[in-house]
Design a protein around this ligand. Structure first.
Ligand code: 5GP
Ligand code: MN
Length: 329
């Protein structure tokens, strides 16, 4: 399928369902809500389905509470996905990233569209806009909207959501993925009514007292260096998270502190959950953490930012991480 065919399809009202990955982040919610608002304006029925809850600091993008959370509302999610004529997969490359939502997508005979910037995308989609050099999926959504001839449907609210995606996925325009094109897209979003500092405030100046205490604890008590200072890690146990009243999103960005230490090439954040440990990997230069996450931690992502998980406890997870770091350095 190409843009011409897609335009034909969307010349008639469609039942659109937009899905995004587990543990939705700023890019996941920003891309989904941006695209959802554009399609809604064009007269399509639009639902957004996410596997599990998103952090509170992204809630302003869903002020009317339209996002369906599969984990807490599986029947509703099955119903909308069952009735979909077009299903979008945003900001993930593989149906395994969307838990039970993946089975529902697989069971549907809707047209399936992928818009994503992760490495190694699945090829089972009718239309794919996959660009691993793009700063964010939100930037690709802008390009998609433009190619579809819908650029005038980007109003201030859409611009704010897309900006939230680009800003969070580029670490506020500092990661190597921050291209001239990312800045050009943002410039256009500003022309459409976006006020950048207000979005930055909504996302980054909404800390709870307990979140800062948790970060303080992680940095002063849990951060350690390994492999002659080339690797940094922060493991947080379930007990510690509970002790500091952990809420989803509270540890977002924590892994970057490790990477900010001079000489560190890989930083890892380990977050213990019930019978599972979630990993966040970040690296500099040529160290390919996507490869490590994909081959040893059931995950994936990008060369310099990836994630994964092991069904084990924190102690065992640290042993496996140590082995992986030994292979690396
Ligand atoms: P984060 O560490 O912020 O959770 O994720 C970093 C990057 O890795 C993101 O692009 C995210 O989509 C990807 N990622 C995180 N966890 C997983 C995972 O379990 N599997 C895969 N394939 N990618 C992941
Ligand atoms: Mn992304």
């Amino acid at each position: 399928m190409n843009y011409i065919k897609l335009k034909q399809l969307f010349s008639k009202p469609q039942n659109v369902v937009i899905t995004t990955h587990r543990s939705p982040d700023g890019d996941a919610i920003g891309s989904s809500m941006g695209l959802a608002m554009c399609f809604h304006k064009m007269g399509h029925k639009v639902d957004v389905v996410v596997p599990d809850a998103y952090p509170k600091f992204l809630g302003w993008m869903d002020s009317e509470g339209i996002i369906i959370i599969d984990e807490s509302d599986p029947d509703r999610s099955s119903q909308v996905l069952g009735n979909a004529s077009v299903i979008f997969s945003l900001d993930y490359n593989n149906l395994s990233r969307v838990a039970a939502v993946g089975d529902k997508i697989e069971a549907s005979d809707a047209i399936k569209v992928l818009i994503d910037h992760h490495l190694f995308p699945d090829n089972g989609f009718d239309f794919s806009l996959s660009d691993t050099t793009a700063s964010s999926t939100a930037q690709l959504i802008y390009e998609f909207i433009n190619e579809m001839g819908l650029i005038d449907s980007i109003d201030q609210q859409v611009a704010e959501s897309l900006y939230a995606g680009i800003m969070t996925d580029t670490g506020s325009f500092r990661f190597s993925s921050t291209s001239a094109n990312a800045h050009r897209v943002v410039a256009d979003l500003i022309d459409k009514g976006l006020v950048p500092h207000l979005i930055h405030e909504r996302i980054y100046d909404s800390n709870s007292f307990s979140r800062l205490k948790l970060i303080g604890h992680a940095l002063s008590k849990k951060l350690s260096l390994h492999k002659s200072g080339k690797a940094a890690m922060i493991p947080l146990s379930l007990i510690e998270k509970n002790q500091f009243g952990y809420r989803k999103g509270d540890t977002e960005g924590l892994v970057n502190y490790g990477l900010s230490i001079k000489g560190v090439e890989v930083a890892v954040f380990l977050s213990e959950e019930l019978e599972m440990v979630k990993f966040s990997f970040r690296s500099k230069g040529n160290v390919d953490v996507n490869e490590i996450a994909r081959t040893q931690f059931n995950g994936g992502g990008h060369k310099n930012a990836a994630g994964g998980k092991l069904d084990t406890n924190l102690e065992q997870a640290l042993v496996q991480l140590d082995n992986a770091l030994n292979d690396l350095f």
